[in-house]
Design a protein. Structure first.
Length: 324
């Protein structure tokens, strides 16, 4: 059964976020030979089209408007709802990012359709689309499907492998104009805290610290290990509350929910709120000097020891291995 699929692409600092390619991989599963269209919101994004073609998009809507250069709830909701009404896709896929989590329910409500959010997998079973999503802070999973209407879902990053198609593949560019009006919020300037390194929400490897790092300087060994592995640095809420690092690094129920291939927890006890943000990591390594720390109950590998002794040893060993 062929289906038309519309994917909302998300770009950051002039580059497509990897979750966009994951959404296109999901679209290919669901389309079953039907067309896949991608929407790009903003201006001067034409250079991104070849990457979308490479990952499976047949056509790209260039929705150019000065009000779409920065995310605003009203502007993006108007644009996406109007585009969906114009394109009339069978399936709409949106990345489950800070933008997607706000935009998707607003748009679904405006269109009067259902929404399944934070999906970690999607498959076609007996002609029906079945989504998998976590519940109870990741302790269980449920399968859900639509019984009628459009299929509208958000996809959690780092769960559906991105796929590349032939390098010579091209896709059609479709300019599309929207009318943005009655904005209640206008973004005039964005001031961001300067954070270097890998994007935490899309990182394949995360090195995270808790209260056991003891100070802001205690994160330095973790950053050195992260640099060697090409990893992102994260933190528990306890470390953030203690002032050891910025809250933008917080992982957990009230922070970011991540699913990296490798998660290295350093000095983290494993409170249930933190586990909700990282327990679905593919491989978990815990370093803690308390052998009874709850983190060891979910860890694939555990090291009982002082992180200030263990982490530098790991860093040196990884340097040696990568140099071989």
């Amino acid at each position: 059964m062929e289906r038309s699929v519309l994917v909302l692409a998300e770009a950051k600092e002039g580059k497509l976020r990897h979750v966009t390619f994951e959404a296109l991989a999901a679209a290919r599963r669901l389309s079953e030979g039907g067309r896949i269209r991608t929407a790009l919101f903003g201006q001067d994004l034409r250079p991104l089209i070849p990457d979308l073609a490479l990952h499976g998009s047949d056509q790209v809507y260039l929705v150019e408007h000065e009000c779409l250069n920065r995310y605003t709830p009203d502007g993006y909701t108007q644009a996406l709802a109007e585009l969906i009404a114009h394109d009339d896709p069978d399936v709409i896929l949106v990345p489950h990012t800070a933008i997607g989590k706000d935009l998707a329910p607003r748009t679904a409500a405006r269109l009067g359709c259902g929404l399944i959010s934070d999906c970690t997998d999607v498959e076609c079973e007996d002609g029906e689309i079945v989504f998998t999503r976590p519940i109870y802070a990741g302790k269980a999973f449920e399968k859900r499907k639509f019984v009628s209407g459009k299929v509208f879902a958000t996809l959690r990053p780092n769960n559906i492998p991105a796929e590349e198609m032939e390098t010579s593949r091209e896709c059609e560019e479709i300019p599309y104009s929207v009318e943005i009006k009655d904005l209640r919020t206008i973004v005039k300037e964005v001031v961001t805290r300067s954070l270097t390194g890998v994007d935490l929400s899309e990182a394949k490897i995360v090195v995270s610290g808790g209260r056991g790092v003891k100070s802001a300087e205690g994160f330095q060994p973790l950053r050195e290990l992260a640099d060697v592995l090409g990893a992102a640095v994260g933190a528990s809420r306890g470390a953030c509350d203690a002032g050891y690092c910025d809250y933008s690094l917080q992982i957990g129920q009230t922070g970011k929910v991540i699913t990296p291939d490798l998660y290295i927890a350093c000095g983290i006890s494993g409170a249930i709120q933190h586990l909700a943000g990282m327990s679905n990591s593919k491989v978990i390594v815990a370093i803690n000097k308390d052998p009874e720390a709850p983190i060891f109950q979910i860890a694939d590998y555990g090291i009982v020891g002082d992180l200030f002794e263990v982490v530098p040893l790991l860093t040196e060993r990884f340097k040696e291995m990568l140099a071989e």
